[in-house]
Design a protein. Sequence first.
Length: 256
Amino acid sequence: MPDKTDLAIVLPAYRPPIDRLSEYVEALDTQLDPGRIHVPFDGIKDGDPQLRRLEQAGATVSPSPDRQGKGAALSGAFDRLATSFDRLLFLDADGSTSGESAAHLAEQVGGSSPTLAIGYRHPPQQAERQNRTGYRRVFSSGYRQLAHAVVGIDARDPQCGAKAMDASVWWQLRPTLRNTGFGWDTELLAIAAAAGIPVSEHPVEWVDQPGTTVRLTDPVWMLGQLLSARRRASKTPPRQPTPSSQTSRLRVANRD
C-alpha cells in the first residue's frame, strides 16, 4: 500500500459554502491522512476570515480574487505539488465524493507502473432519488456519449470530479494540457489516451450537492471543449508505440 504522506489532495473551490468545505477537509484529513490538502480558492481576497477557517481545518489555501477557472486552479496546484508528492488526487470541493471512495481511488496509484485512476459516480439509491436533478442526469449521459463520439473516451463518467494519478503521469501530460475551465477533465483524459497512459475506473460513492453550476447552454459549449480536447490530444506524443487506430482512443484497462 502506498505511503499516505506522499499523497496531495486538491479541492478547487469557487465561493463554496465555507462550513461544508471545512468539514470536508477535516473528514479527508482524518480518513486519508494525506501529506497535504490544498484548496485553490477563487473569488476571495487574501486575508479573508474564511481562509483562516480552512487553515484551521487542515488545508493550505491559495486565494484568488478572480475566477481563474477549475482547470487553471488544478493545473497550477498540481504543478506545485508534483515536485514534492508522488501521488495527486483531486476532488470536487462540494464534498460529493465520500472519504472512503477518495481513499480507495488514491490507493490505485503509486505502484510500480505509473497510472491514472478515475472515478465514476455511483450515488446511493436514496440520495439519487432525492438530490440528482433530471437535467443533470440527461446532461451527464449526453456528454458521455459526445465524449465517446468526438474524442474516443471509453469511460462511464469522464467529468466525474474524482481523479488520481502518479506525479510522473502529471509531468507527462502537462506540456499538452491547456484547458483552464470545466473541460479540463476531458482534455486530461484525451491526452492520456494519446500518450498511452494506463487508466483504471472505479465507482465512487457520490451525493449530488445543491447549487449545481450546470447551465442549459452548457451542452453546446461542451462540444467546443471536446473538439479542443481532440486537437490537444493530436499534439501529444505517445508514451510507447501504439497502432494508429488506437492512438486517439482511451481504453479503460481495469474497472471495479
